[in-house]
Ligand binder design. Structure first.
Ligand code: MG
Length: 268
């Protein structure tokens, strides 16, 4: 009897806790919903404040998915996979290497990546994206989990030629449309040991596992919070694995992370 009660309680808390949260436009309004299969149940408001569901349901084909979050800032981590640092002839850093992407670079699932005329070498970088749930400053590794809202997929698009011709990475990483995010946020996701893949026209380009990150999620979020205050909704891109590839006009690009889904965009 004792065992049965424990199992029942565990199951219930898993079912209420696990959510796949999408942000989308519906009848001209921006709304959030909980996705189960192709059904989307709308939240009454912003799930960062309350996860109260309205009972109103739509299907995925009735809505236009948007980037799942509108952050105050996007923090990126560079050279967090040794094989990627090696392929662009960079040393692995002794501590996490932080940089920023502007929020003007964000696009959602299905949106078009626009190649800027300033670059001849725009490349895909699939990355696990951490979405912050609670304001964080100087938090320890042990406090990180309770400050995370969930995880989504980011594509840290990079103009590789400009990354090395400019002293700073702001322009190479910051062009409009250079930060696809989505398709939704998984709130109950263990970031350890997950497959990351990117494909161009269904052809595999990156294939890696989060176990090969140099700094894990707890280390990264704690480190970032020691340097800048994180607000609810802020996004941390945790670094690209090796296999970066050039994108060309007309390409379809997919970034996939096991347990989250697939982020699809096209290039123009
Ligand atoms: Mg990157």
């Amino acid at each position: 009897m004792e065992l049965f009660q424990i199992v029942t309680t565990g199951c219930t808390s898993w079912q209420t806790k696990r959510m796949r949260i999408a942000r989308f436009s519906l009848n001209g309004e921006i709304r959030f919903g909980s996705v189960v299969g192709d059904q989307v149940t709308l939240f009454t408001g912003n799930p960062f404040e309350s996860k109260e569901l309205s009972g109103q349901t739509v299907t995925l084909d009735q809505i236009q998915l948007l980037a799942p979050v509108a952050p105050s800032k996007i923090i990126c981590i560079g050279m967090n996979f040794a094989a990627h640092a090696a392929e662009i002839s960079q040393d692995v850093p002794d501590e996490p290497l932080m940089f920023f992407k502007p929020v003007s670079a964000i696009i959602g699932p299905g949106d078009t990546i626009v190649l800027p005329h300033q670059s001849d070498q725009v490349e895909v970088e699939v990355e696990l994206a951490v979405v912050i749930g609670k304001q964080a400053k100087n938090i320890s590794k042990g406090e990180v989990k309770s400050h995370i809202f969930g995880y989504t997929i980011g594509n840290d698009i990079t103009a590789r030629d400009i990354q090395f011709s400019d002293l700073q990475w702001a322009r190479a990483k910051g062009f409009d449309t250079f930060c696809p995010l989505g398709p939704w946020i998984e709130t109950d996701f263990d970031p350890r040991g997950k497959r990351l893949d990117s494909r161009i026209h269904d052809e595999q380009r990156q294939h890696a596992n989060t176990k090969d990150m140099i700094f894990d999620v707890e280390t990264l979020v704690s480190y970032v919070s020691e340097n800048v205050t994180l607000f609810p909704g802020d996004v941390i891109l945790t670094g690209s694995p090796a296999g970066i590839s050039r994108m060309n006009h007309g390409d379809s690009v997919e970034c996939e992370i096991e347990g989250i889904g697939v982020l699809r965009n096209q290039v123009a």
